[in-house]
Design a protein around this ligand. Structure first.
Ligand code: GLC
Ligand code: CA
Length: 554
């Protein structure tokens, strides 16, 4: 297997709006991030993935970009950005930018022109279609509820938006669009950034003729029909040839609806497209058949089956990104662990052990390293995220759900759970801002915060720090081959890694029960690399609730 820096790195995702506010307006900003680089250096991460900081009207918190080469007013200036980049580099930390090019904002200059008339030179930068019998051109639903088409009076036609109406889809079949995007990417690379996380990049090639999709519910067609479209690999190969291959950068595709077979193409080890992709099958396991909203926990047996499929399926032929958390996912302690006082820390460490000992590049989402938890939402008025708000109204008003039935499900899975401000210390607003935070701080910040955890040796923070150190020290953690044990056990996740005769045993008890488990003979003289019950005897055959440990032998 070819060795590279991005396989050996640990990535930390920052959602700038919620990270650190430097000027008291209640909104996180770039200078705030710069002030926390020493904290990140201490944690030991190698790369920051920065959620979008570009100019944006913030309909979808920066994922609706109106200028790819300017910084959002609320976040600061290009000088602030340059300073952050050089300060990060001075600490040996790389910065990967979010590249959101499936769509722009409807306030982007390209769209303003495109919308202005049928014969504008940029008309074909987006998808404009006539209505069908006075209605939308096809049945596609938006990922954010409602139709994926919006009627525009200016020219009496509809435009396509797979996300919000303020996020019109770019037409990648138009070579002029691809050139604009590739040139813009080149300018960022020349500026010295270290890579791209590519937003919903699996959706950029729409099926020819934009045909109706199979019905997802009684109202709309399945928007997943646009994933892994006919030319997506061709366009990414062109991007690779014209931009990516010219720089020593890291790329990760956010590939909604990706299958194992598709991932082998996107992240192929010949390097003709991207370095790695995010797959989402495992984080969908606690959803219900029709949609993600639910109050269920992640079921362990299917989770093991799924992650094992990806671990083994991409070994040697592609590369995994490994993650449980990001700005679109609820907090993992609630999904897979136990947020109660008794088990929050130990279960957060158990989850982290399980993920960080796998093959692939690990991603830590801000606050995950503290074991931050979901927010106790009380009503739809507490939400900021348009996905949660739209879903609530569509499901109650159009689909007939009772508010009391659907609200807890949305609250449990809402993207806002991940977006509450970072909890820095126990001062008002968790030290995130001196003003009024744009989204409420989780009330548990006095107990759960960075200052307390950095100072305490057995904290979740110091456990993540140790996991990251281990990955940097042991090649087997990066490159070793993975094998699952006890596939059918509903509470234990046990697996091994193997590389050149060396072996790791990873044992995680995902339950609050005491369980019997004895490591195999070959590990009896091994070294315990990390454990979340400090000092406990791993060979006594007993696992405490949420106990996790790793044994290394050579
Ligand atoms: C991706 C982003 C999400 C955003 C969507 C539209 O899924 O992660 O936050 O809303 O794309 O850009
Ligand atoms: Ca600010």
């Amino acid at each position: 297997m070819k060795k590279t820096w991005w396989k050996e790195s640990v990535v930390y995702q920052i959602y700038p709006r919620s990270y650190a506010d430097s000027n008291g307006d209640g909104i996180g900003d770039i200078n705030g991030i710069t002030s926390k680089l020493d904290y990140l250096k201490l944690l030991g991460i190698d790369v920051i993935w920065l959620s979008p900081v570009y100019k944006s009207p913030n309909d979808d918190n920066g994922y609706d970009i109106s200028d790819y080469e300017a910084i959002m007013d609320e976040f600061g200036t290009m000088e602030d950005f340059d300073r952050m980049l050089s300060e990060a580099h001075a600490r040996g930390i790389k910065i990967v930018m979010d590249l959101v090019v499936n769509h722009t904002s409807d306030e982007h200059e390209w769209f303003l022109e495109s919308r202005s008339s049928k014969d504008n030179p940029k008309r074909d930068y987006y998808f404009w279609r006539e209505g069908r019998d006075g209605k939308e051109p096809n049945n596609w639903g938006s990922w954010f509820s409602g139709s994926a088409w919006k009627y525009d009076e200016t020219t009496d036609m509809y435009y396509l938006h797979l996300f919000s109406p303020k996020q019109p889809d770019l037409n990648w079949d138009n070579p002029a669009v691809r050139k604009e995007v590739f040139d813009m990417m080149t300018r960022w690379c020349e500026k010295g950034i270290d890579g791209f996380r590519m937003d919903v990049i699996s959706l950029i090639s729409k099926p020819a003729g934009l045909p109706d999709a199979p019905l997802m519910n009684e109202l709309y067609g399945d928007c997943g029909c646009t994933a892994n479209g006919p030319h997506v690999h061709e366009y990414l190969q062109e991007m690779n040839e014209k931009v990516l291959s010219k720089f020593d950068i890291m790329t990760v595709g956010e590939t909604a609806c990706v299958t194992l077979e598709e991932a082998k193409k996107y992240a192929n080890s010949e390097g003709t497209e991207l370095n790695m992709v995010f797959q989402f099958e495992h984080v969908g396991l606690d959803g219900d058949a029709e949609f993600k909203w639910s109050t269920r926990k992640m079921p362990l047996v299917p989770l093991k089956e799924n992650l094992t499929k990806w671990q083994k399926g991409l070994d040697e032929v592609a590369w995994n990104s490994i993650f449980f958390c990001n700005h679109d996912q609820p907090r993992v302690v609630n999904r897979l662990g136990d947020p109660s006082d008794e088990y929050r820390e130990v279960s957060a460490k158990c989850i982290a052990t399980c993920l960080h000992m796998m093959q692939g590049t690990p991603y830590v989402y801000q606050g995950e390293e503290l074991g931050m938890t979901n927010y106790p939402f009380q009503s739809v008025k507490d939400f900021n995220d348009l996905e949660s708000i739209n879903a609530y109204y569509e499901l109650t008003e159009k689909m007939g759900w009772k508010p009391s039935e659907i609200f807890p499900k949305i609250a449990n899975k809402s993207r806002d759970n991940a977006r509450t401000p970072m909890q820095w210390d126990d001062s008002p607003n968790a030290g995130f801002t001196t003003g009024k935070p744009w989204l409420a701080v989780n009330p548990n910040y006095k107990k759960v915060n960075a200052a307390e955890q950095v100072a305490r040796a057995d904290s979740v923070f110091n456990y993540y720090k140790k996991l990251i150190e281990l990955r940097h020290k042991y090649e087997i953690i990066v490159y070793g081959h993975y094998d699952l044990q006890l596939a059918e056990d509903p509470e234990l996740y046990v697996y091994t890694r193997e590389l050149d005769g060396k072996k790791l045993l990873v044992v995680c008890n995902f339950s609050d029960n005491e369980r019997e488990f004895m490591p195999d003979e070959e590990f009896r003289n091994g070294e315990v690399l990390i454990q979340n019950y400090e000092g406990s005897d791993v060979f006594d055959g007993i696992l405490s609730p949420y106990e996790a440990y790793v044994i290394y032998t050579e």
